[in-house]
Design a protein around this ligand. Structure first.
Ligand SMILES: C[S@@+](CC[C@H](N)C(=O)[O-])C[C@H]1O[C@@H](n2cnc3c(N)ncnc32)[C@H](O)[C@@H]1O
Length: 179
């Protein structure tokens, strides 16, 4: 929800998304992806998650009539299927790092690196990565970002919602740029 809100309200977002090929990783219901497809003019949006979740996404999409938005299974620890034809300009992921519950986050970083490698092979610009995370104790987000930085990525904090709505939730949104 926070990433969707930021995509809709932050200046320059339409320029970032319009005409681009967007993938959402660990999409759940895929709200940020749908925002990119329905409101920000993405050329295409691929919502991805584990197969059970993708089944639900497909059901939702069948009622929404969003022609540029499709759903496909993508498990981060099994990226053999990552197809070279998936030319991606923007990668988004919302609340996908919480190591105590979702497990180690390095497979998510591996997926991002694989998309970078596909872009390099095709001599395309590397994708822009937008990541939102609810910060919780020992969530693994810092380690994830440190890994990305150690591998040459630049991490910019876009926004932080501290104690959002008095709920005690801390939501951070990052842009990660690789070179
Ligand atoms: C907390 S949910 C976030 C869902 C949605 N992005 C949101 O913000 O509501 C984390 C998502 O990551 C997905 N996920 C966790 N581990 C995964 C993996 N190894 N491969 C693919 N998806 C995974 C889960 O299925 C789940 O949909």
């Amino acid at each position: 929800m926070h990433l969707s809100n930021e995509l809709l309200s932050r200046p320059g977002m339409e320029d970032l998304i319009r005409g681009k090929r967007v993938i959402e990783l660990g999409c759940g219901l895929g709200l940020p992806g749908l925002v990119c497809g329905e409101w920000l003019g993405a050329e295409s949006v691929l919502l991805t998650d584990r197969s059970l979740v993708v089944d639900i996404c497909e059901t939702n999409l069948s009622t929404l009539a969003s022609p540029g938005v499709t759903a496909k299974t993508l498990e981060w620890d099994d990226i053999r299927d990552l197809e070279a034809c998936w030319a991606i300009d923007v990668i988004i992921a919302a609340d996908c790092i919480f190591q105590p519950l979702y497990g180690a986050s390095f497979p998510l970083w591996d997926v991002i690196k694989r998309f970078n490698a596909l872009a390099r092979d095709a001599e395309r610009p590397l994708p822009t990565i937008l990541l939102s995370s609810e910060r919780r104790p020992n969530d693994g987000v810092d380690a994830f970002l440190e890994t990305a930085q150690a591998e040459g990525a630049e991490v910019k904090e876009w926004w932080r919602y501290e104690d959002f709505d008095g709920s005690g939730q801390h939501i951070y949104i990052f842009e990660i740029t690789c070179s």
